[in-house]
Design a protein around this ligand. Structure first.
Ligand code: C6P
Length: 405
């Protein structure tokens, strides 16, 4: 059981008013708020040991290196990776996908090969693969989805063939909250010899993700969605696959030896970490995961499920409201439309009540096309949200609908 009142004290930003009303932050899928443990870790880094890492012999450099590498170890444990060598710091999910597309993809794909994604992907899990397909003469195939916002599994099985080289799919959809059966999906992709990239951007904030249990080849996620700072994220890859991949960016840190005749590359994970990294970002990610572990990721998942059920029931009672994305397997997102009201207008009126939601296509334009809509209103929850906040949301949506109709 979580003590939400105590938890909320850890998040200073939540205790403010917006337009004269207490802030109700329901835009957690876009970015989550930061606990004091994370804010203090960043503060501590700059006040006590700001220094470049992996290169200085001096005291500050040693502390910074140790803290950065401790964060990597924490990430490895958190997702049950085999070793720290499988944990690459990147800028976020977007960079993780681009890295794999431009290294693994460029090396291993040829004309006629196929990549499979779903119709429900975030643009960052579409465009890098389109770019790769264009370069290689490969084809991007999409798994269709049903009215509930679930992938049609039989159609996925039909798409798989010996031509399939990469399958890339979000664990949880940012726009609808649908949770896909990724373990099964990975096993089926492996049967045809494809590698699988799991976009974990919306999964890591809400549930335990065990890369060995899933047997995914790659996993990407963003620090800022798991209560850490922005500009930091993780690319996990199986060690043997990462070993065989060419580097992504060239520069300092990613090399063993440089000469004009021959340059050799560094060991994992540094091979993929050219240049001075986002040191305080990495440290903040370590602190954020420690914080989540102290709350208990399973407790978080159970509580957020309660919030989702509560919100779904209450919101369905609003006249004219329809929820977009009604899968039984969902996490922390309620996407909705009320009558013909434009999502942006709803967002503006909710903001007047101090409520932050996201409106629009949520970087999923093909998904919006599939449902023949321009966008939705999206309320997305974190474990610091409460049922009382949902009650206020329901009242505010009802009131806004009356004004806008
Ligand atoms: N979704 C949202 O409001 P970056 O920007 O690299 O941290 O994450 C990209 C990304 C990739 N995959 C999924 C499933 C995502 O949800 C996101 C980010 C935010 O839904 C911002 S568009």
């Amino acid at each position: 059981m979580l003590n939400i009142e105590t938890i909320r004290k850890d998040f200073p930003i939540l205790h403010q008013t917006v337009n004269g009303k207490p802030l109700i932050y329901l835009d957690n899928a876009a970015t989550s708020q930061k606990p004091l443990a994370v804010i203090n870790a960043i503060d501590d880094y700059y006040k006590r040991y700001n220094s470049n890492i992996h290169r200085g012999a001096h005291h500050l450099a040693q502390i910074a290196t140790e803290e950065y590498e401790n964060a990597r170890t924490n990430v490895a444990k958190h997702i049950n990776a085999n070793s720290e060598r499988e944990i690459n710091f990147v800028r976020g999910t977007t960079e993780a996908i681009n890295l794999v597309a431009s290294t693994y993809g460029r090396k291993n794909l040829k004309a006629g090969d196929e990549i499979i994604i779903s119709e429900m992907e975030h643009h960052s899990n579409i465009v890098p693969w389109q770019m790769l397909c264009e370069e290689k003469g490969a084809t991007l195939r999409t798994i269709p989805i049903n009215e509930a916002g679930e992938i049609i599994y039989e159609e996925y099985l039909k798409l798989l063939s010996e031509k399939t080289k990469i399958v890339s799919i979000a664990y949880i959809s940012n726009a609808l909250g649908t949770e896909h059966p990724v373990k099964q999906l990975i096993a089926d992709a492996h049967k045809v010899g494809a590698v699988v990239f799991i976009d974990g951007a919306q999964a890591l904030p809400h549930k335990l993700v065990d890369v060995q249990d899933l047997d995914c080849d790659f996993l990407g996620f963003s620090g800022h969605k798991v209560f850490a700072g922005t500009g930091i994220g993780i690319l996990y890859g199986k060690e043997a696959i990462l070993e065989a991949m060419p580097p992504y960016m060239g520069g300092g840190e990613m090399i063993k030896q440089v000469s004009f005749k021959c340059t050799t590359y560094n060991n994992l994970p540094y091979k993929f970490e050219a240049g001075t990294p986002h040191i305080e970002g990495g440290i903040s990610l370590g602190a954020a995961l420690t914080y989540m572990q102290s709350v208990g990721v399973e407790n978080i998942a159970a509580y957020e499920h309660e919030l989702l059920i509560y919100a779904t029931e209450k919101m369905q009672q609003i006249e004219g409201l329809r929820i977009v994305g009604t899968s039984k397997h969902k996490s922390s997102v309620v996407s909705f439309l009320v009558g013909d009201i434009h999502p942006y207008d709803m967002g503006v009126l909710l903001n007047e009540q101090g409520i932050a939601i996201r409106t629009g296509h949520h970087c999923c334009q093909p998904l919006m096309d599939r449902f023949n809509i321009e966008g939705t209103c999206r309320a997305s929850f974190a474990f610091y949200n409460t049922k009382e906040e949902i009650d206020v949301l329901v009242k505010a949506v009802t009131k806004a609908a009356m004004i806008l109709n």
